[in-house]
Write a protein that binds this ligand. Structure first.
Ligand SMILES: [Ca+2]
Ligand SMILES: [Ca+2]
Length: 280
């Protein structure tokens, strides 16, 4: 290497410039590195924030799904409640309909026909068959009487009421095993507004519903006996338990047609008269 002063000066200048450039490069590298590091940090920060947002979005999505399921469940429950309310409303309407019809007595039975409602079943009762006075109508007495003021000692100054027996030994319509047995009765409420008892028929007229059919019965047709009303007794008899003894107090016999003023035909002399209870 040349050691002359000029060369030395040049070398010094050269060396100064080299250091200068190296310093400048280092600063640039440093600056670039800082920018790079800052950029990486920013990216990392953004990535971290995005990740957090993603987690929050996932939570919101899960909550939305859970809420949707809950709403679906509420909808099902509301639908079920609405159906139950509709069913209750129909039931109430049906009960109102069932309880809006006319009542009738089904003599000889303890129950009502399928479409009718049993108000109560009881004991058929009426006046004594060969003693005058008292009432003439036949009644369906409750099995559970209620009393108010009363006296227990015998008092002749009263009307009287007796249990009714079947008197059917001489007649065909009913089994003779029911002879002398006591007559039960059922008070029924029809689903329909009007009830009509038709004698001499076992079917109802067009537009009418048949409640039950049977035979007409009444007090015996004999001089000296006081009359009763005619009643429609069911064709399939029942009897009051424990009432088999022959008491002959209040009684009912089958009723037959008598030709004369009553036109025959269509009626037939001596034939037991049928009856039907109809509603509409
Ligand atoms: Ca009896
Ligand atoms: Ca008798």
């Amino acid at each position: 290497m040349d050691a002359s002063p000029v060369n030395l000066t040049n070398n010094i200048k050269h060396n100064d410039n080299g250091e200068l450039f190296r310093c400048f490069d280092n600063v640039c590298i440093c600056f670039a590195w800082c920018i790079y590091v800052h950029t990486v940090e920013q990216r990392f920060q953004i990535k971290h924030e995005l990740l957090q947002h993603g987690i929050e979005l996932k939570k919101v999505k899960e909550e939305l799904e859970s809420t949707t399921k809950s709403l679906a469940q509420v909808k099902v429950e509301l639908e079920s409640t609405r159906n139950a309310l509709n069913a209750s409303r129909d039931e109430i309407t049906e009960i109102k309909k069932e309880n809006s019809g006319e009542t009738y007595i089904r003599w000889g039975k303890t129950s009502c026909p399928e479409e009718s409602y049993l108000v109560y079943d009881g004991y058929a009762a009426g006046k004594h068959n060969d003693i005058g006075g008292s009432g003439s109508n036949l009644l369906c007495l409750s099995k559970n009487p209620e009393w108010k003021d009363y006296t227990e000692e015998y008092n002749p100054w009263t009307g009287k009421i007796y249990g009714i027996e079947y008197e059917i030994l001489q007649n065909k319509p009913y089994p003779k095993t029911f002879h002398d047995k006591n007559v039960p009765c059922a008070v029924c409420q029809s689903k329909r507004a009007t009830v009509l008892i038709v004698l001499g028929k076992v079917t109802c007229h067009c537009g009418w519903h048949k409640e039950f059919s049977g035979y007409v019965m009444s007090q015996l047709n004999l001089n000296g006996l006081t009359p009763s009303e005619y009643i429609c007794v069911d064709e399939k008899l029942e009897s009051v338990p424990g009432g088999d003894a022959n008491q002959n107090e209040a009684v009912v016999y089958p009723v037959v047609a008598v030709c004369g003023s009553l036109k025959c035909p269509p009626y037939v002399n001596g034939v037991e008269l049928t009856c039907v209870v109809c509603s509409k």
